[in-house]
Design a protein around this ligand. Structure first.
Ligand SMILES: Cc1cc2nc3c(=O)[nH]c(=O)nc-3n(C[C@H](O)[C@H](O)[C@H](O)COP(=O)(O)OP(=O)(O)OC[C@H]3O[C@@H](n4cnc5c(N)ncnc54)[C@H](O)[C@@H]3O)c2cc1C
Length: 297
């Protein structure tokens, strides 16, 4: 495995936005992951799944970027469980559960990304999350050791898990009890059609921009709407007309356009409604003052 230099990240990230990674590695095996971490000698790194939840700066990122390769893209269904590698796709997990009639995975329909990214973000719907299905997760820790964590020890909550940011999730075992095939098929199709109908799939985005602030403020999209930002456009970045919590890329959007739209939305939400919106998406390569303005510092 070779380190690659000056790799354009826009081509590797779902948003199609962002500059270069100065260094990038695609380890195919656990030994290669360990070698990559050893070469970094404890220095910071970033792990990229499909970038379905990351906004990458136009200037790129200084930290070395790691993308899990071949051995981590695997998925097996067994009695009562599904095991998947960190690079396997969330849609593959949803499909396997639906086709093999396993309960409890409908919330993953139409959620793009990898198992690793899904575990880091605790991907899911408002009240059903990936970590609810976890039996155990394997990660490579800072010291290059493989550790196994049970879901009870992970300290997960809405779109968050209390495990070190530097850990690399390499695989997981999910509880997947058999159920009624017809009921499961219907639940998946119903969930998918509602989600695809409500949200935006025809243009690149990173999904929900803001976390839902909860009572008494309601949903994030309602707040964006109420402060008059639905449809606002800067360059090729636009707050979607159909779903005001999505910011889409019409083709050549710059990260800075997305950031400006977000900062203005957040400013108005605080000024007009007294709520500080908190981003759901991750930011790579931005200066501290920008992160402060975005509520992501
Ligand atoms: C159209 C659309 C719909 C969406 N709908 C939903 C939804 O319903 N629910 C929801 O929760 N999200 C949703 N999202 C967001 C996104 O799908 C999820 O956050 C998904 O988990 C991102 O996975 P990824 O592999 O692309 O992660 P990335 O975006 O690549 O990374 C996200 C974070 O995870 C970290 N990470 C990635 N891989 C690993 C790894 N192997 N080990 C450790 N850390 C890792 C990254 O460093 C980063 O911090 C949606 C996005 C889109 C574009």
């Amino acid at each position: 495995m070779e380190w690659e230099s000056d790799v354009p990240l826009a081509a590797l990230a779902r948003y199609r936005i962002g500059g270069c990674a100065r260094r990038l590695a695609r380890p195919d095996t656990i030994d290669e992951v360990k070698r990559v971490l050893a070469a970094l000698e404890g220095g910071a790194h970033l792990v990229l799944g499909t970038g379905a939840n990351v906004l990458i700066s136009d200037d790129g990122v200084d930290e070395p970027v790691i993308i899990l390769g071949r051995d981590f893209d695997r998925l097996t269904v067994s009695e009562g469980a599904i095991e998947a590698g960190g690079a396997a796709r969330l849609p593959a997990l949803a499909n396997a559960a639906r086709r093999q009639a396993r309960k409890g995975f409908r919330f993953l329909e139409a959620v793009p990304g990898t198992i690793g990214g899904g575990l880091r973000m605790n991907a899911g719907s408002r009240d059903e999350w990936l970590w609810h299905r976890v039996e155990w997760v394997e990660a490579v820790d800072d010291g290059g050791e493989v550790v196994r964590i049970a879901s009870n020890d992970a300290g997960f909550r809405y779109r968050h898990v209390d495990l070190p940011e530097s850990w690399i999730f390499i695989g997981a075992r999910f509880q997947a009890e058999p159920g009624d095939p017809m009921l499961i098929e219907d639940a998946h199709l119903d969930f998918r059609s509602r989600k695809v109908g409500d949200q935006v799939y025809e243009l690149p985005s990173v999904g929900s921009t803001w976390k839902n602030p909860g009572d008494p403020h309601g949903s994030a999209w309602e707040i964006v709407d109420r402060v008059g930002m639905r449809g606002a456009r800067l360059g090729d970045a636009q707050i979607a007309e159909r779903h005001a919590n999505f910011i889409v890329n019409h083709g050549d959007a710059r990260a800075e356009d997305v950031v400006e739209l977000m900062i203005e939305t957040r400013r108005r939400a605080h000024e007009q409604l007294g709520v500080w919106l908190e981003p759901e998406i991750r930011f790579w390569g931005f200066a501290h003052d920008r992160l402060v303005a975005l509520g992501a510092a």
